[in-house]
Design a binder for this molecule. Structure first.
Ligand code: CTP
Length: 240
């Protein structure tokens, strides 16, 4: 009997939180790693659901056209949350590489906000932590679900060593508090870059793996990690 292909739900790119019809709050994420992971997962024979925020057309064109790769474009954290929950029943592994906004405007103005001499105060409210929600759902679910998160950390401290320790401590804290199976630690320098330094931390293990890698290589590592976490052999009929 042929094994059912592994289904990866990958999130990528930034989210965009609208302030008024022309302005928004977002971040510098480009979606390169998440899209590379989608291509690598497809090449390895997986089914892929790619939920992504606004990204360059070129990235969208880089995807193979196939029923095995479904692309769900979204804009805000709330939209991404809905799309992720809708895709969850079919999902074996989530790779949450999107840079999701932590805050969204408390009120979206239906008209363009006018210039004011006294300045402008924008009230923000927290968004849902999508990954934390998935971590809670994982506890209740019968079918196994593996969660791979990301931690983008600058680290506090005077020396480089202190900063690195703080970044690892923060990644470990996110790994545990969000009930993840693995977390990839990187820095803002990775945003938009072709290559970066990534550290992979896994639940229940003190060991970490460091990769100085291109996003294509890191994407392939994410796919291997997905198979490892799902404890099933990679399909022999891989597409590449
Ligand atoms: N994440 C999420 N939903 C959010 C914010 C973050 O699912 N509203 C996910 C990201 O996709 C990432 C992980 O949580 O996989 C960690 O994101 P990060 O921005 O590093 O950390 P936060 O938990 O948002 O905490 P902080 O910004 O305070 O460091």
């Amino acid at each position: 009997m042929r094994a059912r292909p592994l289904t990866l739900l990958i999130t990528a790119g930034p989210t965009v939180e609208d302030l008024d019809p022309v302005r928004f709050i977002s971040n510098r994420a480009t979606g390169k790693l998440g899209f590379a992971a989608a291509r690598a997962a497809f090449a390895a024979g997986c089914r892929v659901i790619l939920v992504h925020g606004p990204v360059a057309d070129e990235l969208v064109r880089s995807l193979p056209r196939s029923n095995a790769l479904r692309r769900v474009p979204v804009r805000s954290c709330a939209e991404m949350h809905r799309a992720v929950l809708a895709a969850l029943p079919k999902t074996d592994v989530v790779v949450m590489s999107a840079a999701v906004a932590d805050f969204t405007p408390a009120k979206v103005s239906a008209v363009k906000i006018k210039k004011a001499r006294a300045g402008l105060l924008i009230r923000l409210k927290p968004t849902v932590d999508i990954l934390k929600h998935l971590g809670a759902l994982k506890r209740k679910r019968r079918k196994p679900l593996a969660l791979i998160g990301f931690a983008l950390e600058t680290g506090a401290g005077r020396s480089a060593a202190q900063k690195l320790r703080a970044r690892f401590a923060e990644a470990r804290r996110k790994l545990e508090s969000k009930n993840l199976d693995a977390i990839v630690l990187d820095t803002p320098a990775a945003m938009g870059a072709e290559r970066a330094v990534f550290h992979v931390l896994r639940a229940g293990s003190k060991k970490t793996e460091t990769l100085r890698a291109s996003k294509e290589d890191m994407a392939r590592r994410l796919v291997r990690l997905s198979f490892e976490l799902n404890r099933r052999p990679k399909k022999s009929g891989a597409r590449a």
